[in-house]
Design a protein around this ligand. Structure first.
Ligand code: ACO
Length: 426
């Protein structure tokens, strides 16, 4: 017998079931509230609304915990490659050697884009935003691939196609934007090395990534693989709930990720650090500006809707950034500035009281910069990393026989009692 919550409303008492997750988080199931009471709930920004039950990722924001399929992110980071992490996130278990080999082969076999798609890159303006191109090209991809997802093998093939081709699209859009010839994938390279090859090789010079760069990029992508019901993942689920296909749903996720309050924050962090450096503004003065609500600026890369503690990914990435820069003997003044800024904020009452800590974007930009990834490609890198999470969430909706289309309600606050009037009387 499940526990019940009691709600007293207009003199009547209603009972609503309490749902308990496997990590003991508690929710009141209000799915019968409207039919029982005539009321709906209102929760701007969904801060208190569980939109679904999901078995992909667990976050405890107060304790700074992140787990993919029950495994702590600290255990995955550095041990599992991005490809292994992707399979874990999508299929819910660590891949066996056979699973790994099959999935890797699928990724390799599907890395090339159809020639007609390559021609499309010429149609975008040279300064067209890579996130717009990515979303458009993922939709284009859905016109090339049959979206059959009736068996696990078909879902795996579709997932591999999307994860593989997204990387090719990203590199091709970069090449088109800098006026260099598009580089074809190589069949002898692994996922991350192949991406770096397509990004940085030119016909007269082959790019050879260092092991540090390969390791750091694998880590960056694995740390971004999923993050529960954030803005873009909720968007993917919303689109998926209409039974839209995997590629169309993930293209919508790219658009949601683009904004500066979500995936675009990694760009905003570097722009902020560059501004502070160029203006010569003391860090304390910048922090004071951020605290002033009239200024309407935020400390980018700080704060998180769910984490009221250190984002565990930011701790891992900070160490990776330090190691990578040291091993590559890169001195980046922006890294020093980021350390100074983090120290100033972490000891400031404003940030302490509000429990605002560095999030994943605070350090990821430093890593991507050191690899030579251009600033306007940062959010694209995030999108490549997040693809497994979007696919896993799409799959949950797709596999749910009781699934219903997502359709929130609203409280209408517009005009009432208005009437149409002829043009001459308005
Ligand atoms: N700088 C200054 N003040 C902040 C910041 C910040 N980065 N973040 C939150 N605050 C303040 C808010 O103004 C608010 O102050 P108040 O209580 O005096 O009104 C208080 O802290 C609480 O913040 P919330 O409004 O509850 O934050 P919310 O959960 O709505 O937003 C968000 C979270 C969007 C991440 C916010 O912290 C932010 O804008 N951060 C900067 C952008 C960023 O780094 N985004 C990346 C997020 S991670 C990701 O998507 C991968």
């Amino acid at each position: 017998m499940s526990r019940m919550a009691k709600l007293e409303l207009d003199g009547k008492v209603y009972e609503l079931p309490i749902v308990e997750g496997t990590e003991k988080e508690l929710a009141i199931d209000i799915s019968t509230l409207r039919s029982q009471t005539g009321y709906i709930t209102l929760d701007d920004g969904y801060g208190n609304t569980g939109s679904c039950k999901s078995a992909v990722t667990f976050i405890d924001g107060d304790a700074g915990i992140l787990r993919y399929r029950g495994i702590p992110i600290e255990e995955i980071a550095g041990k599992s490659s991005f490809v292994e992490t992707a399979w874990l996130v999508i299929f819910g278990r660590l891949p066996t050697i056979e699973d790994r080999e099959r999935f890797s082969q699928l990724l390799t076999d599907n890395s090339r884009l159809d020639e007609s798609m390559l021609k499309q890159f010429a149609g975008f303006p040279p300064n067209g935003h890579p996130m717009a191109i990515l979303s458009a090209m993922i939709n284009t991809l859905s016109t090339h691939e049959r979206q059959e997802a009736n068996t696990e093998a078909q879902v795996e093939a579709l997932a591999a196609t999307l994860i593989s081709k997204v990387r090719t699209i990203a590199a091709a859009s970069y090449k088109a934007s800098v006026g260099e010839p598009i580089v074809y994938p190589r069949y002898d390279l692994k996922y991350v090395e192949n991406f770096l090859h397509m990004m940085f090789s030119v016909p007269y010079r082959e790019y050879e990534p260092t092991p540090e760069v390969t390791r750091a990029l694998n880590l960056f992508l694995a740390l971004h693989a999923d993050h529960e019901q954030n803005c873009s993942t909720s968007t993917v689920r919303m689109v998926a709930s209409s039974q839209a296909n995997m590629f169309a749903s993930c293209a919508a996720g790219v658009c949601a990720l683009w904004g500066p309050l979500h995936g675009g924050a990694n760009v905003a962090v570097i722009e902020m650090l560059e501004f502070i450096k160029a203006s010569g503004m003391p860090v304390k003065e910048y922090v004071a500006k951020v605290k002033d609500k009239q200024s309407n600026i935020k400390l980018m890369g700080f704060g998180h809707r769910v984490y009221r503690n250190f984002d565990p990914r930011s701790k891992i990435l900070k160490k990776a950034a330090d190691d990578m820069l040291a091993s590559m003997k890169i001195e980046d003044p922006l890294l020093d500035l980021s350390v100074e800024l983090a120290e100033a904020a972490l000891t400031d009452d404003y940030f302490v009281e509000r429990k605002l800590y560095p999030n994943v974007d605070f350090y990821s930009g430093i890593i991507l910069r050191a690899m030579g990834i251009p600033l306007d490609m940062f959010t694209v890198m995030f999108a490549i990393g997040r693809m497994p999470g979007w696919i896993a969430n799409w799959k949950e909706i797709h596999d749910d026989p009781k699934g219903r289309i997502y359709r929130p309600r609203q409280v209408y606050i517009g005009q009432t009692g208005e009437h149409w009037a002829p043009r001459e009387e308005r």
